[in-house]
Design a protein around this ligand. Structure first.
Ligand code: NAG
Ligand code: NAG
Ligand code: NAG
Length: 592
């Protein structure tokens, strides 16, 4: 084009002349423009979106896949010495001091610290300093007595009354973080003021239970007792079923029956039929009936499963009904939610939609339903939040009286899933795990179900064999704890030091990519290791309560919180295992 312009003119045309020329024969440009747009689109969109696929090609030394049900990892790093571990635990303690100091100096009394701008952030109710409460038990465990005493002093003045009519307290978050934090700190330190405050807060939150079903509402105003639902209008399983550890322990400490009775309704009115035939549904409206056909162990249901086993453990195995609910739920999870990917055979837990499909006999004018079949449609998404499951399963293996074949199955599932959680970190350029992965499904998705593969593998004489068949669907690393929680529980229950080494690798990545001058920040893309990986100005309180605590415990040789004496609530606040007295058993109708 340029040469033809030159051919016609002895000089370069002015902009106006060029435009006039082009306007004369615009059609000539169309194919070139389309081709150019296509090239841009191809590189920006297609290559951009699927960039994860290409990582696989660098991967001859990627960590080995878990393969068929259970395959020991090929590469085992040399185990560090006791002195190394001491040093490593100390580094985690320093990381905690760095983040709490940042919060205390720059953000308190706000809820959380903005770790990049060094400001406060009020993302809960803004008045109850959530990071301080969430950090309490970690401070104690790490022996940070000065910070602990300072926090106790601040907590002593709280009255847990909301001050404005439009101010609502999220029930579930407040129970697991504030109430759990207070109760745990009381159990550890025996400071009477902490129990007094836990009692005050426990009472202030009780009106959330004033619903037709007895399931708590999403949020309440503690001044007026007004409640409201979540944006979906439903109560989520995780939210409805994750307060019994806290309220039962509070009932035991204070002798107030109301605490037991209000919260226990949640586990006894759980729809038994549903638990037996399938698994826990995600959403429940006010009436206590399931609201949809979506089943998962992710964001909406996670701690619901967790609190079944943990309630049984916390009250010294005196409530077999709850143990049985856990056994049913975990059986359903293993049967219906565990899948493997087609190529690399990565074991993962996903959510499924149980849709009723109708086969129809079509007459001339009539469409008649002949039968309806429930089919499970797995989404293939694998959430970081679900990485608590291997830890729970391994805890179950250690504490339940399972049959030898169930024991084997549950521990395979635990090890395979914990391994996949590790893989989700190890595969990324930052070494940090994405929030949600989207796993490749078999063309006929039910062929990916794990359990039939286990059966087949046994038949074939237990031989294993085995690439990245997933994309990072949500690429953020939100400083979440679940994978490390499971590494910790795997280490404590199996004694295999490889879990400690994996935890150490994750901690090094956290130090490298998330640390800021005043705290720790969220990573926006785990698969981008550019020196300054983009970070987001947030430091969730659970980073102090859970992530750093589990890392510290993982690296500490001494078993500070033995699993036969303590149960961690879903925010990693340890609560002591206790026995109901005879009077309590009678009062609460507890029969073993
Ligand atoms: C809120 O409920 C508590 C009982 O849990 C009651 O003592 C208190 O008076 C109620 N407050 C209002 C404003 O109704
Ligand atoms: C429990 O769920 C089953 C199956 O959806 C239903 O038939 C039954 O009525 C439910 N029971 C209660 C008490 O809600
Ligand atoms: C999908 O796979 C399952 C299990 O292998 C099989 O039972 C089913 O018939 C298959 N469905 C189709 C449509 O091929």
């Amino acid at each position: 084009m340029l040469s033809s312009l030159r051919g016609n003119m002895s000089r370069i045309p002015t902009f106006r002349e060029a435009m006039a020329l082009l306007a004369g024969r615009p059609l000539r440009w169309v194919p070139q423009l389309i081709a150019l747009l296509f090239v841009i689109w191809y590189f920006a969109v297609i290559r951009g979106i699927n960039s994860e696929q290409y990582i696989y090609s660098y991967g001859t030394d990627l960590p080995p896949p878990i393969g068929h049900p259970h395959r020991p990892p090929l590469y085992r790093p040399p185990t560090a010495t006791a002195d190394d571990w001491k040093l490593r635990a100390h580094q985690v303690r320093d990381a905690f001091i760095h983040s709490y100091k940042g919060y205390r100096e720059h953000a308190f009394p706000a809820d959380e610290l903005k770790p990049m701008t060094g400001k406060g952030r009020n993302n809960f109710n803004g008045a109850w300093s959530i990071t301080m409460y969430d950090a309490l038990s970690t401070m104690f465990v790490m022996g940070l007595r000065d910070y602990f005493d300072d926090a106790v002093q601040k907590i002593a003045d709280a009255d847990y009354m909301t001050t404005k009519p439009q101010q609502y307290v999220p029930f579930f978050e407040t129970v697991i973080r504030h109430l759990g934090g207070l109760l745990s700190a009381y159990a550890l330190s025996e400071e009477p003021i902490l129990l007094k405050q836990a009692d005050k807060l426990g009472t202030a939150l009780l009106p959330a239970f004033n619903t037709e079903s007895g399931f708590p509402m999403y949020a309440l105003n503690t001044l007026t007792n007004a409640t409201h639902g979540s944006w979906t209008g439903h109560t989520l399983w995780a939210e409805a079923l994750s307060n019994q550890l806290e309220y039962k322990y509070l009932a035991h400490l204070t002798g107030k029956a109301e605490y037991f009775e209000k919260s226990v309704v949640c586990s006894s009115c759980t729809n038994q039929t549903l638990l037996t035939v399938c698994f826990l549904p995600n959403g429940i409206p006010k009436t206590g009936a399931p609201s949809n056909t979506q089943f998962s162990v992710g964001a909406f249901a996670d701690s619901g499963h967790e609190y079944l086993l943990k309630q049984w453990l916390m009250t010294s195995r005196s409530e077999p009904k709850i143990r049985d609910l856990y056994l049913q739920a975990s059986k359903s999870i293993i049967e219906t939610l565990l899948y493997v990917t087609p190529d690399r055979e990565i074991l993962y837990v996903t959510d499924v939609d149980l849709r009723r499909t109708q086969s129809r006999a079509k007459g001339k004018d009539i469409v008649e339903d002949t039968e309806s079949v429930v089919t499970a449609h797995p989404s293939g998404s694998f959430e970081h939040l679900s990485c608590f499951l291997p830890g729970l399963l391994t805890l179950g293996v250690q504490t339940l009286d399972l049959s030898p074949s169930d024991k084997e199955l549950h521990s395979w599932a635990a090890e395979g899933l914990a391994y996949s959680c590790w893989l989700s970190y190890a595969d990324q350029l930052t070494g940090l795990g994405p929030d949600i992965m989207s796993m490749k499904l078999f063309p006929n998705s039910s062929e990916g179900l794990w359990l039939p593969k286990v059966e087949q593998w046994k038949k074939d004489g237990r031989q294993g064999q085995s690439r990245r068949d997933y994309t990072n669907y949500k690429k953020t690393y939100l400083l979440r704890p679940e994978a490390i929680e499971s590494f910790y529980l795997m280490w404590r229950t199996t004694g295999d030091p490889v879990w400690r080494e994996r935890g150490w690798t994750v901690f090094k990545a956290i130090q490298k990519f998330t640390r800021t001058p005043v705290g720790y920040a969220i990573v926006m893309d785990v698969d981008n290791s550019a020196k300054s990986a983009p970070v987001k100005d947030e430091m969730p309180s659970y980073f102090l309560a859970e992530t750093l605590k589990y890392l510290f415990l993982l690296f500490t040789d001494e078993d500070i919180l033995p699993l036969d004496k303590w149960v961690f609530n879903t925010e990693a606040h340890p609560l002591p295992i206790f026995e109901w007295t005879d009077a309590e058993k009678k009062l609460y109708n507890i029969t073993s």
